[in-house]
Design a protein around this ligand. Structure first.
Ligand SMILES: Cc1cc2nc3c(=O)[nH]c(=O)nc-3n(C[C@H](O)[C@H](O)[C@H](O)COP(=O)(O)OP(=O)(O)OC[C@H]3O[C@@H](n4cnc5c(N)ncnc54)[C@H](O)[C@@H]3O)c2cc1C
Length: 393
């Protein structure tokens, strides 16, 4: 059910996407990072002035307090541009990190890290995945944190730490309880990135681009990093459980963001084939093979959106546990839909599709990973299949 105020929220967001955010995309596509940052800051001021900032966060910390379903719908609007979430202050990984701090941090951590993060004054990253261990099974980590004389001594080697470039603090997942059951060994600890022993080794080059800032994935080392005992978030050994809680809302928002991306790719494809003459009499749009792709893409996007919205509504009504099965289903189903639609759009644009003159190539490069991060397809397929098969025993 949509309230009038939420409809108004969405309409305003759409207007900012179309009149400001999409215009800033050429700066991203041409890697003009300083100018891009200035453009983002200027759009953020408009978003804040319009009362749309940080839609995912509760009102008491400066957010808009939207429900999971509303956030999902908004994500589909913001997802139309790679800059949408960044300009509205709800980009990964800051969004999930702020939610964690809101739930688990004490007063000092909230004032030092959460409040400036929520305001968009500082940035953060989330360091769980390691080059030496299978990230698909996050109960297997080699990073350690030992408590000695009231301080955590942290050692670890992480990678794919999104946004580590320019982050002010990292939340690291490290083993603090090596003798506990495997789901209770790791904890989350805040590490300011100016701590001695913390090093951003490099921005990993992903499909030809090292990216920058928000649009980068770092390799990070923690060598005898020492932080106060109070930098622990939540309980010792609760890191795995908290990571699952962090990923729950994140998956709905990723899926709806992918739907926004798919719709943008679809728009670009339809506009192009309608105007592209392939003979004096005919456009690409008149070719049956193209019409089949248009119809298939549209049906796939609509079906995915219904599925994701139904899952978001179930979470709002009954909580995450009741929607576990659906969350696995939408994660791999929507990521695969996105890949197919992006692929059709690039093919339809021919050579132009693979250039950086449109946003398609950026989406294709960045979002191939949708089928890998937050749990690869296979992990979600296995989880869903196990739950389904159990019903037939
Ligand atoms: C763009 C991007 C951004 C990311 N951002 C972050 C971040 O900010 N912080 C962070 O900590 N991590 C991040 N990650 C890491 C991500 O979560 C991991 O890449 C993911 O969990 C997979 O782990 P892995 O890369 O070690 O692959 P592996 O675990 O080595 O798996 C490799 C492949 O094996 C297959 N597979 C895995 N398990 C099974 C199974 N049980 N059965 C069958 N097949 C299987 C899958 O196809 C999988 O892709 C990011 C990754 C990417 C690509």
């Amino acid at each position: 059910m949509q309230t009038t105020s939420f409809l108004d929220f969405k309409t305003q967001a759409e207007s900012i996407i179309h009149s400001h955010i999409i215009n800033a995309e050429p700066l991203l596509l041409s890697h003009q990072w300083d100018k891009l940052q200035q453009a983002i800051e200027s759009i953020r001021q408009k978003v804040k002035k319009a009362g749309l900032w940080a839609p995912h966060l509760p009102k008491d910390i400066g957010g808009q307090g939207l429900t999971i379903s509303q956030l999902g719908e908004l994500s589909a609007v913001l997802g139309r541009s790679p800059l949408g979430h960044v300009c509205f202050g709800c980009q990964a990984p800051d969004a999930g990190n702020a939610e964690l701090l809101h739930l688990y941090a004490d007063k000092r951590i909230k004032s030092e890290f959460l409040h400036p993060l929520a305001a968009g004054d500082i940035r953060s990253c989330f360091a769980m995945t390691e080059p030496a261990m299978a990230g698909s099974n996050p109960t297997r980590l080699s990073a350690t944190a030992e408590l000695k004389n009231g301080q955590w001594h942290i050692n670890g080697h992480k990678w794919f730490t999104t946004g580590a470039d320019g982050a002010d603090f990292a939340i690291i997942m490290a083993v603090t309880e090596p003798k506990a059951a495997k789901h209770q060994q790791a904890s989350m600890i805040i590490v300011p990135t100016d701590s001695p022993g913390y090093a951003l080794v490099r921005n990993i080059s992903v499909m030809g681009s090292e990216g920058h800032g928000y649009f980068s994935h770092g390799e990070v080392k923690f060598s005898n990093v020492v932080v106060p005992e109070q930098n622990l978030l939540g309980q010792r050994g609760a890191g795995f459980l908290m990571a699952q809680q962090r990923l729950g809302p994140g998956r709905i928002q990723h899926c709806m963001r992918w739907i926004g991306i798919a719709r943008r790719c679809f728009d670009i494809m339809c506009r192009y084939v309608n105007q592209r003459q392939i003979t004096d009499q005919q456009t690409l749009a008149q070719q049956p093979v193209m019409q089949v792709k248009i119809a298939d893409s549209y049906a796939a996007i609509e079906a995915a959106q219904y599925l994701v919205q139904a899952t978001a509504e179930r979470i709002d009504k009954a909580g995450y546990a009741a929607a576990k099965h659906d969350i696995s289903m939408i994660k791999f189903h929507t990521a695969q839909m996105l890949q197919n639609v992006m692929n059709h759009a690039i093919q339809a644009l021919g050579g132009l599709g693979v250039t950086d003159d449109t946003v398609l190539s950026f989406f294709y490069r960045e979002e191939r990973a949708a089928r890998i991060y937050d749990g690869p397809d296979e992990v979600h397929q296995l989880s869903l299949a196990k739950q389904l098969l159990a019903q037939y025993r």
